[in-house]
Design a protein around this ligand. Structure first.
Ligand code: COS
Length: 383
């Protein structure tokens, strides 16, 4: 793997870093405190091509590849983790439709996601009783002549109150013949479709400017053409989408951790104790050394997974390894950052407190650390 960035990768990172530091970072505290869904920022991301980085140009995307996407995600996450997760899910939805959609679906939805005409895309897989085990989902889609009728509930849906299009998974198979993961199909549902009810937004520990809602489908009717991919083939679509999504969340965690490290370095230079900057004490130096080492290891794992995906090689295990390590490392790094900041790490005047809260969810969503270990272990064991 060549670690030298191409011109396009360098450019995407520069564009993302500029927008993140100039526009997003100054608003990040307010986005968190006021639980503000960052609509204007998302429109800006759309204009810069950052909502569909790995979607082909002919569908309105940037066509810049997976490495570029990972780099952009790190930059946005370093400024605001809430904006980053909204961006991550929209990118994932655009890619799923670009990869598995019919020509009609691709040309209808991808440009709207890329340009932020739809403020966001949503990925409606999890249910109250089916998070780590989506094969246990209960939402159904019934074949009714020229349409499908969807009934059920979804939980933890990012951007659910704002999405223009939802990728929705539902059981289509006869339970007697299509058990577990085998009888699930995937559908595209437009925001505002009658029968789609959006529940009360969750009050979260972190990423408070992202929108997380439950959904209810009550006799929701979509045309036959709303089926995405093969009938009963939806579980594999979800798994393949999540493989890619896990690279995005690795990079979100890396961005959060990098911000926490940069701020800790600055604080260690500025803050004095016992008549010298605290960065001159080994107690601080060792923390900074561990933080930087873990951060770079996480980055390398994420870039390897991104490179494998971009070059059409198998990457499922590597994406899970990157997500497992980067998100767990990010939690260690933000904890060190709070400790280095002392009392100021525990209050909102410094961003360390927000990073600490934002980092936690990265070990939970798009597959918990425990799920990543299942994927990695099964792969290692060849089972
Ligand atoms: N790519 C393509 N196909 C895959 C795949 C992947 N990464 N992972 C599994 N599959 C296929 C399998 O090959 C199998 O196909 P067949 O039915 O043809 O044999 C099918 O999917 C079922 O796979 P498996 O038996 O491994 O499924 P499990 O129910 O054991 O689930 C885990 C495996 C736990 C890895 C999966 O359920 C998972 O990732 N869970 C977490 C879900 C998640 O991330 N939720 C967060 C939602 S977004 S916030």
């Amino acid at each position: 793997m060549d670690l030298t960035l191409s011109d396009i990768q360098t450019e995407i990172r520069k564009v993302a870093r500029d927008y993140a530091t100039r526009v997003i970072a100054p608003q990040a505290r307010a986005i968190d405190e006021k639980e503000m869904f960052p609509k204007e920022i998302l429109k800006g991301l759309g204009e810069l091509g950052l909502l569909a980085v790995n979607v082909p140009e002919e569908l309105g995307g940037s066509g810049a590849g997976v490495v570029s996407y990972g780099l952009a995600m790190q930059e946005i996450a370093a400024a605001c983790a809430s904006t980053a997760v909204t961006m991550a899910v929209t990118n994932m939805v655009g890619e799923v439709i670009a990869t598995f959609g019919t020509e009609e679906q691709r040309t209808k939805y991808c440009p709207k996601l890329a340009s932020a005409e739809y403020l966001a895309g949503a990925f409606a897989l999890s249910e109250a009783g089916a998070g780590s085990d989506p094969g246990a989902m209960r939402t159904t889609a019934r074949d009714d002549g020229d349409s499908w009728v969807i009934d059920g509930d979804k939980q933890w849906i990012t951007s659910g109150a704002h999405a223009g299009v939802f990728v929705v998974w539902a059981r289509t198979g006869d339970p007697a013949t299509h058990k577990g993961t085998r009888g699930i199909s995937c559908f595209l549902v437009e925001g505002g479709t009658p029968g789609l009810k959006v529940g009360r937004a969750e009050e979260k520990m972190g990423i408070r400017g992202s929108n997380t809602v439950p959904l209810v489908f009550e006799g929701l009717r979509v045309p036959k053409s709303a089926l995405l991919g093969q009938l009963h083939g939806g579980f594999k679509v979800a798994m393949m989408a999540l493989d890619g999504g896990r690279i995005g969340i690795s990079c979100q965690a890396i961005g959060i951790a990098r911000a926490a490290l940069d701020e800790s370095v600055q604080y260690a230079k500025d803050r004095k104790a016992f008549d010298k900057p605290i960065g001159e004490f080994q107690a601080t130096q060792w923390k900074l050394a561990d933080m930087k080492t873990e951060l770079d290891a996480a980055h390398l794992l994420a870039m390897r997974a991104a490179y494998l995906k971009e070059t059409n090689q198998t990457f499922s295990r590597e994406a899970s390894m990157a997500k497992l390590f980067a998100t767990e490392a990010a939690n260690r790094i933000v904890a060190h950052a709070v400790q280095i900041h002392g009392g100021y790490g525990y209050v909102r005047d410094f961003p360390a407190e927000r990073h600490f809260r934002d980092a936690k969810v990265t070990t939970i969503y798009e597959g918990t650390s425990e799920v990543q270990r299942i994927v990695i272990a099964r792969n290692v064991l060849g089972s």
